[in-house]
Design a protein around this ligand. Sequence first.
Ligand code: N7H
Length: 447
Amino acid sequence: GLNLTNIQGDILIGMKKKKELFFFFGIADATAFKSNLKTHILPLVTNTPELLSVSTQPVTALNIAFSKKGLDALGVTDGLGDTPFANGQLASASALGDPGTTNWVPQFTSTGIHGVILLASDTLDNINDSLTTLKSNLGSSITEIYSLQGAARPGAEEGHEHFGYLDGISNPAVQGFQSPLPGQAVVQPGEILVGEAGDPSLKSRPSWAQDGSFLVFRQLKQLVPEFNKYLLDNSIQAPSLQLTVQQGADLLGARMVGRWKSGAPTYLAPLADDPQLGSDPSRNNDFTFAPTGQNTSSLTDQTLCPFSSHIRKTRPRADLGLPENKSNTHHVVRGGIPYGPEQSDDEISSETTQTERGLAFVCYQSSIAAGFQFLQRTWANNPNFVHGSTGFDPIIGASAGASRAVNGLDPTSSASSLTMTTDFVVSRGGEYFFSPSISALATVLST
Ligand code: N7H
């Protein structure tokens, strides 16, 4: 089985807290940093079993990960066998569909980010207390480069991202560790963890890298009032459906995501939300896109869920053939959190964003090329995926800021096509990191 106490907790489980801070730093003095890593950070690093139950969760959970430049700064120059990681995220900006780095947070375009510390807790006070202690312990061994404070949305919106949809429903189960819920993908440990069975680059990893995982961080700004305006302006008004403008807007949004705001999949609730279904983990992921009993890789029907919808683009299930865990080797474990405030009355009435909000996107995989990059480039940004003229993923698809066609969103007309002239998710950049095992933190990285 997996050596769970050696695996940082955010990778397979997630911090499961209401607030999470991403603290990006540079290493100013490698010798001092290594000693501080061992004395002051290592004892605070939260492992996987600690996050499994509420009674063992620390008040403030901590994980740490390093960029390629950070490993270099520590004198750890072994190749990890991952080209995107070695080159850094800045080098892939255009390949990911970003319009260059025009919208990037300036700190992500400089070359100085060596690592990120993730701090998660129930309150901002706890996080700030931990950060104050940490900064005083690290002293001048680091430089502070950038921070992003994430927070679950308030009240009934907790667990929902800023467009309003329930998030955190469908992550893969790791074989031998988690038993899958109905419809959940099952992956070999090596699809997420370096150096485990199923790792596509098993042979090119240094031994200390085992049980680490690549952490992709992206700050994804969301234009919420503009998104809502677009849904109303393009409300689905097929005569046979008899929908009000708001109902047609809700249906359009649900078909863009592939799920209603409650989490109910359109595949099982095609024309109206079903909150009971949405909140039931034994049913809300239990579908394959294939008509019941059929096992086909040439599905042609998008009445129940558009080929272009975000969840079908990023996990095509039966579209690639079944069983999925054999035919699809492009899974990631997502662990992001929203950032930024709720919409103000003024933003709602003017249908214009004034204060930035979005998703502090995090995903883990053993190969950035086969994981995050594949989902973004080869699927979401590829108008011919999954079945010919599908168009872009309406949520995350990007074409360097150019307008995008999205097809099949009207359930009564598979030939229907919408043009999106604005991206409602705007990449503000990020970095690629490696989240090492706890034993690697205790040895190679701190000596
Ligand atoms: Fe997505 N959204 O609100 O529309 N995502 N995502 N994502 N996403 C998912 O199943 C969203 C982003 C995946 O197994 C849900 O947990 C938003 C990136 C994958 O069925 C919702 C942003 C990438 C899945 C959203 C964003 C992915 C998934 C349904 C950016 C990878 C699981 C809830 C601001 C490149 C698919 C759930 C499956 C689900 C939204 C980003 C990937 C609601 C707003 C960048 C693999």
